[in-house]
Write a protein that binds this ligand. Structure first.
Ligand code: FES
Ligand code: FE
Length: 375
C-alpha cells in the first residue's frame, strides 16, 4: 500500500539563497521568461528594464517597429545603460558614464573619439561587435518573452506547449485572441514569499474552500478542492445562479467574440513554467507574471485584459477586477504566512501532499531536476 501523504520539498528549497542562485542559473536564465506586455512599448524608443535571473535586460521598441531585448550593460566598462525601470528615449540609448551611444537595434553608433579608434589590424572599430549584447525575444499572447540561454529551448514546445497540454486543443487559447485585448487594470503585488510557494498555491485548490469564499461562490466545484487544471481540457463551470465572473456573480461583459460555445461560462487556468499563470474566463483574461527577486521575495504583476471596446466605451471594471484581486490577496497572504516556516526545524524535511495535491509532486521533481541534486 502506498501512503496518501507524499513528501514535499524540504524547507531549504524555499529559504536557502544558494538554492535560489541555482534556480536563477538553471531555470530563469535558461527558459523563456515572460518580460513585458508588448503593447506597453508601442512607440519607438519606449523601453522597460526587467530582471531575468541575475541579469538586467532591456526590452526596447526600435524605429523600425521591432521589439528587441539586450543585456542592459555598456560594452565599454560595464555601466548599466538604463537605471529607470521604464521610459522612452528619443533617438538612441546613451550610456551615462562616458557617453557610448547605441542605436535602438543595439549597434554602437557613437562614442567620444570613436572615429579615431582602431582594432589590432588597424581597421575601424566594428560597431556591431561592440554593440549591445542581444537577447532572444519572441512575442505571443501580446507579451514579449526573452531567453538568456545560448541555445534557447523550443518556444513552441516549452511555452505554447503548456497551453496545449492544459487545454487539449492547441487552438483553444487562440479563441481569446489575447494579443488584441487591452489592459483594463494592472496590479503589482510585492509578495514576501518564495516563487515556488506561489506556483504550488496556484496549482492546487485544496485551499479554495478555506480562503476563497467569493471564488467558490462563482465556481462551486472548487469547494471540492480539486484544481481546474486537474485534468486536460477541463474548465470549471459557473454556478447556476452566477451571471458572470465578478465578485458578487453579477453579469460581466459580452463573451470575447472568438470563443467556442463550450468555453462560455467556464474558467480555465494554465501554468506556463516558470513564472506565468493564465486564467481564462468568457469576458476577460487574467495574466500573472512573476519576477522572482530573492529566495523570499517575488514581485507579481497581474494584468486584467478585456476586449478593446469594453475599455473604450468606459465599461466599469470594478466588480470584474475585484474577484481575482481578492483571490490574489488571499493567495499571497497564505504564501507569506508559509514562507517564515520554511526555515523552521519543523519543516526541515518538508511537509506532505494530500491526494488533491499529488500533482504538485511533479513540479517538485521538475525543480529538483532543473537545479540538480547538489542543492
Ligand atoms: Fe558606458 Fe563607459 S561605461 S560609456
Ligand atoms: Fe488560491
Amino acid at each position: 500500500m502506498t501512503s496518501d501523504l507524499i513528501p514535499t520539498l524540504g524547507g531549504e528549497y524555499y529559504c536557502d539563497p544558494a538554492v535560489f542562485t541555482a534556480e536563477q542559473e538553471h531555470i530563469f536564465e535558461q527558459m523563456w521568461f515572460c518580460a513585458v506586455r508588448s503593447g506597453e512599448l508601442a512607440d519607438p524608443g519606449t523601453f522597460r528594464r526587467v530582471q531575468v535571473g541575475r541579469e538586467s535586460v532591456l526590452v526596447v521598441r526600435g524605429h523600425d517597429g521591432e521589439l528587441r531585448a539586450f543585456l542592459n550593460i555598456c560594452r565599454h566598462r560595464g555601466a548599466m545603460i538604463c537605471t529607470e525601470s521604464e521610459g522612452q528615449v528619443r533617438r538612441n540609448l546613451r550610456c551615462p558614464y562616458h557617453a557610448w551611444t547605441y542605436g535602438l537595434d543595439g549597434k554602437l553608433i557613437a562614442a567620444p573619439n570613436l572615429g579615431s579608434l582602431q582594432d589590432d589590424s588597424g581597421a575601424p572599430i566594428d560597431r556591431v561587435a561592440y554593440g549591445l549584447i542581444p537577447v532572444a525575444l519572441r512575442e505571443w499572447l501580446g507579451y514579449a518573452w526573452v531567453c538568456l540561454a545560448d541555445d534557447p529551448p523550443s518556444f513552441e514546445t516549452e511555452v505554447m506547449g503548456a497551453a496545449t497540454a492544459r487545454l487539449g486543443d492547441p487552438a483553444a487559447i487562440d479563441h481569446y485572441d489575447m494579443a488584441e485585448l487591452a489592459v483594463g487594470k494592472r496590479v503589482v503585488y510585492d509578495v514576501a514569499a518564495n516563487w515556488k510557494l506561489i506556483v504550488e498555491n496556484f496549482m492546487e485548490c485544496y485551499h479554495c474552500a478555506t480562503i476563497h469564499p467569493e471564488l467558490v461562490e462563482v465556481l462551486p466545484e472548487f469547494a471540492g478542492g480539486f484544481a481546474a487544471q486537474y485534468y486536460v481540457g477541463h474548465g470549471a463551470e459557473f454556478g447556476d445562479r452566477i451571471d458572470g465572473f465578478t465578485v458578487d456573480g453579477r453579469a460581466g461583459f459580452d463573451p470575447l467574440p472568438g470563443l467556442a460555445p463550450e468555453q462560455d461560462r467556464k474558467y480555465y487556468a494554465i501554468t506556463i513554467r516558470p513564472t506565468v499563470f493564465v486564467n481564462l474566463v468568457p469576458d476577460h483574461v487574467i495574466f500573472h507574471r512573476m519576477y522572482p527577486m530573492a529566495h523570499d521575495r517575488t514581485i507579481v504583476e497581474c494584468d486584467w485584459l478585456y476586449a478593446p471596446d469594453v475599455i473604450e466605451s468606459g465599461g466599469v471594471l470594478d466588480h470584474s477586477v475585484e474577484l481575482f484581486h481578492r483571490v490574489n490577496e488571499q493567495d499571497f497572504a497564505a504564501c507569506e504566512r508559509t514562507q517564515p516556516a520554511m526555515s523552521s526545524r519543523a519543516y526541515r524535511k518538508g511537509g506532505v501532499l494530500v491526494p488533491a495535491e499529488h500533482h504538485i509532486a511533479e513540479f517538485h521533481e521538475w525543480t529538483r531536476k532543473k537545479i540538480g541534486e547538489s542543492c
